[in-house]
Design a protein around this ligand. Structure first.
Ligand SMILES: [Zn+2]
Length: 142
């Protein structure tokens, strides 16, 4: 459930919950005419926050306190806020392709659907080698 402020063609203003960000706008409860969403109050006045990128949200059961009710509710709220933000600023959404591999050599450089596996593997290995020898090739001649 996502709370939105709506305004109708007659100028009535109301707040209503819709199941998701992409749900159709409800009819005005006062006059029944079509409505449109008003900018969320989250974004009015207060300081702009970009929230938490998807990559930093917990993906595991452990990440949400093994299903702890408050932890789940908290992250759901964070995710909804981020979703709302990304709807207005799609450039913040980043790479939303599914992650195919994120362990081993792909830790920190996830392999995503559509990536060239060979090239991604080569790049990941090169990056890892560079991390293990950070001074090599940096021009630090002694
Ligand atoms: Zn109305």
């Amino acid at each position: 459930m996502v709370l939105h402020d709506f305004t109708c063609e007659q100028g009535h203003r109301f707040e209503a919950g819709v199941p998701s960000m992409t749900s159709p706008d409800p009819a005005c409860p006062a006059c029944g005419s079509a409505t449109r969403r008003r900018p969320s109050r989250l974004n009015v006045g207060g300081r702009a926050s970009t929230g938490v990128p998807r990559e930093r949200m917990p993906r595991s059961w452990e990440g949400v306190g093994r299903g702890d009710r408050e932890a789940v509710a908290h992250w759901r709220k964070v995710a909804e806020k981020r979703e709302a933000l990304e709807e207005r600023h799609p450039e913040l959404a980043g790479d939303r392709r599914p992650v195919l591999a994120h362990e081993g050599v792909f830790a920190g450089r996830p392999l995503r659907a559509g990536d060239d596996v060979g090239a991604a593997l080569t790049a990941a290995r090169a990056a890892r080698a560079a991390e293990q020898a950070p001074s090599a090739g940096s021009g630090a001649a002694s």
